[in-house]
Ligand binder design. Structure first.
Ligand code: 7TS
Length: 411
């Protein structure tokens, strides 16, 4: 079926995504918007149906059978996440509703408690707004200062400049593992090591990395790591904050409510142990339970196989796209995940997005929630095609033919 698909059974993989088997605007759907949100694996959907049809009950609070069942499923996912990112213990896994909430949790609880005036927060020019704005808010609250790690024109973080910015004033380094707009894979292991040398705490935004790259938080030695289930073939509304036990224990709760307390009285309240201290209120129970099957889906194929296959798709697309008249790639780092941002001469990205949609092809256009990056590149936005493990060379062929015909008409 596909020449690059030697180690991968594409037919079996695509069979797990019935959503792909449909026509959009009279054409077979080609879904290249995976960096925004990937499609949901069938086993995940089946688990959601099972939960809502058979198992629905609130967790941790009841002794009846359904409550026990849902509590067991919920905590099983916590253990699955621990294993998936190789955390030392399941208590270091906090469920949130996504990467954004995970970062906000740290920016509120940790930053407000431990940062003071003049402390420095380092973030890179490549960050998603979710890894910028929470730190701006934290800086306003604490008097800390944000310093931006510069990048070069192809979208790589300048490591020498980063090292120059590190000092005993640096209290936090918050960077993404993979850039959502350009696909750059950042050398986070070395960056974490350098940050630790000056005693800084490190948060890794792994929203774009987790579907493509094996994450091992113990090997990385990051202090915090954030990810979202919906970019990993899982349900929406579920995210993870990994934090080292000592840090999570020192941090005050982020939100107050049920579940996060030990005892409540009007004279004072004592808080629950980690991770429950950070999980106020009823979470997305069915979605958390179903997230386990998304991690199973990824591990059943294997991160190495996924990475290799997606890299081949990236190379294949790069070669073909380069031949299209007026095509300019945006972000050509040496080490890249399967994201291609680009511009086509004389065709506005928004128009290109619409013209592709007419042909059944889903891409994203705009600034991709990275306006400071777009400002640096002196552009308003790009067209972004981002590939997942279920995409194929044939889809890239159709995509490139569609671009050719658009260029002929409008370019
Ligand atoms: N960090 C990165 C690197 C991201 O790519 C995103 C979402 C987030 C944080 C926020 O994740 P959320 O699950 O909390 O929304 N990125 C994108 C994107 O590139 N297009 O749509 C959402």
């Amino acid at each position: 079926m596909n020449t690059v698909a030697t180690a991968i059974d594409l037919r079996a993989i695509r069979a797990q995504f019935p959503v792909l088997d449909q026509e959009v605007n009279g054409k077979p759907l080609i879904y290249f918007d995976n960096a925004a949100s990937s499609q949901t694996a069938k086993a995940v959907v089946d688990s959601l149906v099972q939960f809502y049809e058979r198992d629905h009950a609130n967790i941790h609070r009841g002794i009846h059978t359904l409550a026990e069942r849902s509590t067991k499923g919920f905590e099983a996912t916590r253990e699955r996440v621990q294993q998936f990112i190789n955390a030392g213990e399941a208590d270091e896994i906090v469920f949130t509703k996504g990467t954004t909430e995970s970062i906000n949790l740290v920016a509120h609880s940790w930053a407000t408690t431990f940062l003071k005036e003049g402390d420095e927060i380092l973030i890179s020019q490549l960050e998603h707004h979710s890894n910028i704005v929470p730190w701006q808010l934290a800086a306003e609250r604490t008097g800390a200062v944000i310093k931006v790690i510069p990048i070069n024109n192809v979208g790589e973080i300048l490591q020498e400049e980063y090292k120059k910015l590190l000092s005993d004033k640096t209290k936090l380094v918050a960077v993404n593992y993979v850039s959502n707009s350009l696909g750059t894979i950042n050398p986070v292991n070395e960056m974490i090591r350098s940050a630790h040398e000056v005693g800084a705490t490190v948060l890794i935004d792994a929203a774009q990395a987790s579907p493509h790259i094996k994450i091992d938080v113990q090997e990385m030695d990051c202090d915090f790591l954030a990810l979202s289930s919906h970019k990993m073939y899982g349900p929406t509304g579920v995210g993870v904050l990994y934090g080292k036990r000592d840090l999570l224990e020192e941090m005050p709760p982020y939100q107050g409510g049920g579940e996060m307390i030990k005892d409540v009285s009007f004279n004072g309240t004592t808080y629950n142990d980690i991770p429950y201290k950070f999980e106020a209120g009823t979470p997305n129970i069915g979605e958390v339970i179903a997230f386990k099957y998304a991690m199973d889906f990824i591990d059943n194929i294997g991160h190495d196989v996924i990475k290799e296959y997606e890299h081949k798709l990236l190379m294949y697309a790069n070669d073909k796209l380069r031949k299209i008249k007026g095509f300019t790639p945006i972000g050509t780092a040496k080490n890249k995940a399967s994201v291609i941002s680009f511009l086509i001469e004389n065709v506005h990205p928004y128009d290109l997005g619409q013209l592709l949609d007419v042909r059944g092809i889903a891409v994203r256009t705009g600034h991709h929630c990275t306006q400071p990056l777009m400002d640096f590149l002196q552009i308003d936005g790009t067209v972004r095609a981002s590939f997942a493990v279920y995409n194929t060379e044939e889809e890239i062929d159709v995509f490139c033919d569609a671009l050719e015909s658009i260029v002929k008409k409008f370019g």
